[in-house]
Design a protein around this ligand. Structure first.
Ligand SMILES: Nc1ncnc2c1ncn2[C@@H]1O[C@H](COP(=O)(O)OP(=O)(O)OP(=O)(O)O)[C@@H](O)[C@H]1O
Length: 296
């Protein structure tokens, strides 16, 4: 089912316009919403999840008018907020059984079956008897996915789920999400470019409440072929190079020299070498082009 957002705007009481006349269509599969802190990712997700109302605009999911019919959307929605709050001292199994009851699954054997299924999908079956309060960060996030799967959602929204996870836990989490996302619409927000690269078939870069780019990771990097250049400079030469070239990123080498990556249609100077574009380059270019142009 397709999620269609048209001319959505949200201004908070303090005057911050967190979503600015945003329009986008999102189809089935894993959709990555990439943007820096404060870009408006959570605001957009909370609005789609019917937890807050926008000033104007429309949101539809299939034939559901999301803003006018919150309840119909909630029946097919699985939402994992940025922080899930405090967990009681209950085992994962008991807590999921409780959530399943709240979600209206009255029949005990039906509940047992779905609880077992979501524990298996999220690789928590072996630790189902342990208290969720004692779970590691990654296990808690996977538990968050388990709870949202209880009502077999068609639209899944997860808000920065990998923030703070160690690399092994992050991989485990992404694998679970990949499996879950095969036959529904998953919107996944992150400020980690690598998450999107590993997981998503489609993506958007968000900043200032606006979509800067809507693309696929493959297409975005292909478009930059022959336009990303690298050279090594001394660490004291960065400022001078910044004046000459459109530097996207710089990384220290072990000998304290710097590799700079530059975006240019042509070879910037003889000492640059052409390199394979990465998704980071796409992200930095989009954000750079969004910077206000200073005139003096
Ligand atoms: N409840 C609120 N009241 C007032 N301003 C808010 C509120 N929530 C968010 N904002 C502001 O709206 C803008 C967008 O915030 P939002 O949390 O949606 O961004 P984000 O991309 O999710 O960022 P982060 O990665 O930091 O969570 C920011 O300037 C933020 O300070």
């Amino acid at each position: 089912m397709k999620l269609v957002i048209e001319n959505l705007t949200k201004t908070y009481k303090n005057g911050v316009k967190a979503i600015d006349n945003l329009s986008i269509e999102i189809g089935t599969g894993m959709f990555g919403l990439l943007g820096p802190n404060g870009a408006g990712k959570s605001s957009l997700m909370r609005t789609i999840a019917t937890l807050q109302s926008p000033d104007s605009g429309s949101v539809t999911f299939g034939d559901i008018n999301v803003l006018e019919d919150n309840m119909s959307l909630r029946k097919v929605l699985g939402y994992l907020p940025q922080s899930f709050g405090v967990y009681p001292k209950m085992s994962a199994e008991d807590l999921l059984d409780y959530f399943a009851t709240l979600k209206g699954i009255a029949n005990k054997s039906e509940r047992n079956a779905i609880v077992k299924e979501v524990l298996e999908i999220t690789n928590l079956y072996d630790v189902r008897k342990k208290h969720v309060a004692g779970y590691s960060g990654g296990m808690k996030q996977r538990f968050g996915i388990a709870q949202l799967l209880l009502n077999n959602p068609k639209l899944i929204i997860v808000d920065e789920p990998t923030a703070g996870l160690d690399p092994a836990e992050r991989h485990r989490f992404l694998n679970v999400l990949r499996e879950v996302g095969t036959n529904c619409t998953v919107i996944f927000s992150t400020h980690i470019v690598e998450d999107v690269k590993e997981l998503c078939n489609e993506m958007a870069i968000l900043n200032g409440g606006r979509i800067l780019k809507h693309t696929t990771p493959q297409e975005a990097t292909n478009d930059l072929m022959g336009r990303i250049w690298e050279k090594t400079i001394g660490r004291d030469d960065l400022e001078e190079n910044e004046k000459l070239f459109n530097i996207l990123s710089s990384n220290y080498n072990q000998d304290n020299s710097l590799n700079i990556r530059v975006h240019s249609l042509e070879k910037p100077s003889d000492d640059f070498a052409s390199v394979t574009p990465q998704l980071d380059d796409v992200y930095f270019i989009a954000l750079k082009q969004d910077e206000p142009v200073l005139t003096s």
